[in-house]
Design a binder for this molecule. Structure first.
Ligand SMILES: C[S@@+](CC[C@H](N)C(=O)[O-])C[C@H]1O[C@@H](n2cnc3c(N)ncnc32)[C@H](O)[C@@H]1O
Length: 399
């Protein structure tokens, strides 16, 4: 595909708009794609991946432009991004003005937090908490995200989905996980328009995220609560593992997320899920000791999913991280009461920080000797995982 001036111009204008207004990058991208239906699949793919790269490397790109006395405009961000991500420049770019070799050597000499394109505070916190592993993880989190599918076993199977997508020119490959097989999308495609998606045969879900619901060890007939259910990514998976038998209560504080969950459940053929908005602590207290299994997929920093949502690091600060950590502690303390004696609970995050993960669980176990850690899962990008970063701990309530 040749990258035209017109394409870069439109992309640059959108970047400038987001940088000027501090609009959420995801929303602006959706709008950009909607406003340009004439783009080919390759053009859309190019725009999406470069758009994310620009927000991923924003700090480094700003540093390069400022150092070179170049305008901090959308075009400058696009061009320096091509250099940082080692993409060839189209012929029409004036390389006299943008000196590629000088930019490359500036990147190598930049201070670490700038080279990794991270806020200083975050780089420091992650270094303290993760030690030597952090550089490896940070580099892995700066890669583009792959797309993965979870086959909905309530309606279909791996072979049927693979064949159906192949008929529409979409190639996928199998990825073996502990409990099941995920599908990795190998070709650029309109997945949501596929017949398989419209029929509810699969969900888009990262292969790391797909490991959380099976970790809860649910069985058909169980009473299960997904207490931070959001739009239902894990609830839908739990329902499939329960074979639509038993009771699945999906809770969240946001009604609009649960509305999306209901629509997704309908498409996926999930009948077992019931949704309820958490109004106050009474909603939780009423469910005391009612469930065999409790999933707490708690609100977190999202640092494990920066590949997919790189803009998040610019909206996070040390104060809101502390607030999140307090909220996680509170949710674990109060919502765990919904578990029956002999039941199991999974505490999960999409963070890689021990303060949101192991340390939360250790503190909970110290304060609650009637609970015991059965197993834990820690997916660290670049260290032991090519997927998003996730943490899960499975706890058993003994008395
Ligand atoms: C990590 S997200 C959940 C993602 C979801 N489980 C999925 O798989 O798609 C965390 C969710 O917790 C919800 N939340 C925030 N504060 C909460 C609280 N106090 N109680 C319950 N849910 C809360 C948020 O609205 C958000 O949907």
């Amino acid at each position: 595909m040749s990258v035209t001036r017109a394409l870069v111009q439109t992309l640059s204008e959108c970047i400038e708009h987001v940088l000027d207004t501090s609009l959420h990058a995801d929303k602006a991208l959706t709008q950009l794609l909607q406003n340009n239906p004439q783009w080919s699949l390759d053009e859309r793919q190019y725009v999406v991946s470069n758009y994310y790269h620009i927000f991923r490397f924003k700090r480094l790109l700003t540093y390069l432009l400022e150092h070179e006395n170049l305008p901090l405009d959308g075009f400058g961000y696009w061009l320096t991004c091509q250099v940082v991500t080692k993409q060839a420049l189209p012929e029409w770019v004036d390389t006299e003005r943008y000196h590629v070799e000088r930019l490359q050597s500036l990147i190598e000499q930049a201070p670490e937090a700038i080279r990794l394109s991270l806020p200083d505070w975050l780089n420091e916190v992650a270094h303290i908490q993760l030690g030597e592993k952090w550089q490896v993880i940070a580099n892995a989190l700066n890669q583009s995200a792959q797309q993965y599918l979870r086959v909905n076993t309530l309606k279909s199977d791996i072979a049927t989905v693979t064949a159906s997508l192949a008929k529409e020119g979409i190639k996928v490959s199998n990825v073996e996980l502990d409990a099941h097989i995920a599908l990795k999308v190998e070709s650029n495609s309109h997945l949501f328009r596929s017949q398989a998606f419209q029929s509810g045969w699969f969900e888009m879900q990262d292969a790391g995220s797909q490991q959380i619901a099976p970790f809860l060890d649910v069985k058909p007939g169980h009473k299960v609560v997904d207490a931070c259910a959001g739009a239902g990514g894990k609830s839908l998976h739990l329902a499939a593992l329960m074979e639509n038998k038993g009771r699945l209560l999906s809770l969240d504080i946001h009604e609009h997320k649960l509305e999306t969950l209901k629509q997704r459940a309908k498409r996926a053929g999930v009948h077992v899920a019931e949704t309820r908005v958490i109004q106050n602590n009474k909603t939780i207290k009423r469910q005391k000791e009612k469930f065999d299994r409790v999933l707490l997929d708690v609100p977190c920093s999202g640092l494990g999913v920066l590949k997919r949502n790189p803009d998040a690091k610019w909206h996070l600060n040390s104060q809101n991280l502390d607030t999140l950590i307090d909220l996680q502690t509170d949710i674990l303390a109060r919502y765990s009461q919904m578990c029956k004696v002999g039941g199991k609970l999974v505490y999960a995050t999409c963070s890689i920080l021990p303060a949101e993960n192991e340390q939360q669980v250790e503190r909970f176990l110290e304060n609650n000797p009637n609970w015991q850690l059965e197993d834990s899962l820690c997916l660290l990008p670049g260290i032991n995982s090519e997927f998003d970063g996730f943490y899960a701990a499975r706890l058993v309530k003994n008395s």
